[in-house]
Design a protein around this ligand. Structure first.
Ligand code: ATP
Ligand code: MG
Ligand code: MG
Ligand code: MG
Length: 570
């Protein structure tokens, strides 16, 4: 059993000032994690127990799905990344290092190259396929804005799996198997989640799904239908087609604008097929020195307005209404629209959201087909900025699948991602296996990630109250929190230890609070730590041969005869 006096559980009364979201606050206050550097954390004993629980569930379900566990190196040679051309493409998120011989390496943000290299060297025949390899391992991504504690860390724990199949049908099966395994994993973690269609980026045609935990503090926005099971992230979501006359205009509106940062508002407006007066150019950037975010609005009338927002991220997470967010930013929603417009339909949260993700420049415009928002990503060190559509729907649009329901927007935390990769890496790295006819073919790949450490934070976002964490049973660091009310009451203390032992014997995990602290302190810490069952031994009830049992989710404790308590719980 874990004894409080022998375990490092440095609980805090106050919220840490730097924490913006509840999971970050509670993880620090409950003594689960401590920060070492920006986005880099130590897991303390109670936090690590939770992390291991998630890992255990993930490992069991991956094994059950037929994937094989491997453990690849965290440090990877640049040569492999040059073969896939990602050494040049990946940008600053890739932490590049070199050894004493001045050879280039990186700390792996993902492992497509390494696994593909392993397969090319060790698999020769179709008889060895299908194969799916997974690992649970530390990743490093030099995120532009590490925040929310371990939710967006720079060093974090990921489960990544990579499937290899001979043909497309095989890939479909591997993908489906992973999809089902993911559903089981998030269910077992006790999370309310939703799989949504996701953008496949440069690899068109193939499919991709993200798994989102629904939470207001989520950094992503997902659209889902009120009537059918259509759900997609905002990059991917579409609305039901517009009437024929305006559909053509909408198509014209999709024209690519190559370098919007260098264009005048008139040029942008003409590319978007809207009038300059209907155009708003939004620039958002971060001042590294003051750590403040700036929002610059360039209206169609060329008026420049600079607005300083000390913390867009905080505003985004806690202000449910666009109007609130706008006021937190020091702007009015109407102000974001064309001159005189009352209701600007593009949610300012979306702008801030995408800005934080690296789309530092956005252009909004409208024509008869509706409003459009587009962004450019400066984050990836691309020679020419990539100009992507950020958003095709707004709240209340018709569903593109059933056309009967309306789209609703929710915030989500991306905890998993499955992706049909195709032959991108097996071609780039020249992987060939012999098929049944002795012909060499490139295996078709899929990749499947889960944010193991992010799940811990996501679970807290969904399961907490004013007093602390309320762990889902399968993730709790231990199930029972036994409190010795006063260690000086010897008989009660002995009984508590004995009960803890019996609970353990019955297969439960127990934390024994054996500290010489005031009862109030112990109760507060118990609520903060959030174990599902609390058992208090001592005081007046003990003299009456009773103990107090309280479920973390229940409002009040109940009293039980002390001899029945263990049986009652087990
Ligand atoms: P995000 O959109 O949040 O940046 P991603 O799409 O870049 O995530 P993937 O490459 O799909 O991430 O990685 C697989 C999983 O790893 C994600 O679904 C997420 O749960 C987790 N993950 C990614 N980045 C981080 C991070 N910085 N901190 C913690 N977990 C992360
Ligand atoms: Mg990312
Ligand atoms: Mg993502
Ligand atoms: Mg992803």
């Amino acid at each position: 059993m874990l004894k409080f006096t022998e375990t490092l559980i440095p609980t805090l009364k106050e919220d840490p000032v730097e924490a913006q979201v509840v999971s970050h606050k509670l993880m620090v206050r409950a003594g689960l994690i401590r920060q070492l550097a920006a986005g880099i954390y130590t897991w303390l004993p109670m936090g690590l127990k939770v992390l291991r629980k998630v890992e255990h569930i993930v490992r069991q379900e991956m094994d059950r799905s037929g994937a094989q566990e491997v453990l690849m190196p965290a440090v990877q040679p640049a040569e492999l990344w040059k073969e896939s051309t990602r050494w040049e493409q990946y940008g600053k998120e890739l932490l590049r290092i070199h050894d004493r011989h001045d050879r280039d390496f990186c700390f792996g943000p993902t492992h497509e190259e390494v696994i593909t290299d392993l397969v090319r060297k060790n698999l020769q025949s179709y008889k060895q396929l299908p194969a799916n390899f997974y690992q649970i391992q530390t990743k490093f991504r030099d995120e532009v804005r590490p925040r929310f504690g371990i939710m967006r860390g720079r060093e974090f724990l990921m489960k990544d799996a990579y499937s290899f199949d001979l043909n497309v049908e095989g890939l479909d099966q591997s993908y489906e198997r992973m999809f089902q395994a993911y559903k089981r994993i998030f269910q077992r973690c006790g999370l309310a989640f939703r799989p949504v269609e996701a953008d496949t980026g440069s690899i068109g045609g193939a499919s991709s799904h993200e798994f989102h935990v629904l939470a207001d503090s989520g950094e992503d926005t997902i659209a889902s239908c009120s009537a059918c099971d259509y759900a997609a992230n905002l990059e991917k979501a579409t609305a039901a087609p517009a009437p024929a006359a305006t559909a053509a205009e909408a198509a014209a509106d999709m024209t690519r604008v190559e370098t919007p940062t260098q264009k005048t508002i008139e040029e942008v407006a003409s590319a978007l097929n809207v009038s300059p007066a209907q155009c708003v150019k939004t620039l958002v950037w971060r001042d590294a020195e003051s750590d403040a975010w700036f929002l610059l609005l360039l209206r169609g009338d060329h008026e420049l307005n600079e607005v300083k927002a000390t913390n867009i991220a905080g505003a985004m997470s806690f202000m449910p209404e666009p109007g609130d967010v706008a006021s937190a930013l020091g702007v009015q929603v109407g102000f974001l629209g064309p001159v005189g417009a009352e209701n600007f339909p593009v949610d300012v949260r979306i702008i801030a959201d995408h800005a934080l993700k690296g789309a530092h420049n956005m252009v909004c415009g409208a024509n008869e087909a509706g409003w459009h928002l587009r962004g450019v990503n400066w984050n990836r060190d691309l020679a020419a900025p990539e100009f992507a559509d950020l958003r095709n729907v707004v709240e209340g649009d018709g569903c593109p699948r059933c056309e009967a329901g309306k789209l609703k927007l929710n915030r989500g935390i991306e905890v998993g991602h499955v992706f049909k990769l195709g032959t991108k890496y097996s071609e780039a790295l020249n992987v060939s296996v012999l098929d049944e006819n002795g012909r060499g073919v490139n295996p078709i790949m899929g990749c499947y990630g889960i944010g193991v450490s992010r799940i811990v934070a996501a679970a807290i976002e969904q399961n907490h109250d004013d007093n602390g964490i309320v762990w889902p049973i399968n993730l709790a660091p231990a199930q029972v929190h036994v409190i010795i009310l006063n260690p000086k009451e010897e008989a009660a203390a002995l009984t508590a230890v004995d009960m803890a032992r019996r609970l353990e014997h019955a297969g439960l995990e127990v934390l024994l609070d054996d500290r010489d602290e005031r009862p109030g302190v112990k109760f507060k810490d118990a609520d903060l730590l959030g174990l599902p069952v609390r058992l208090v031994v001592g005081g007046r009830s003990f003299k009456e041969d009773q103990v107090e049992l309280k479920m973390r989710r229940a409002p009040e404790p109940i009293k039980l005869p002390k001899n029945d308590a263990v049986d009652y719980i087990t």
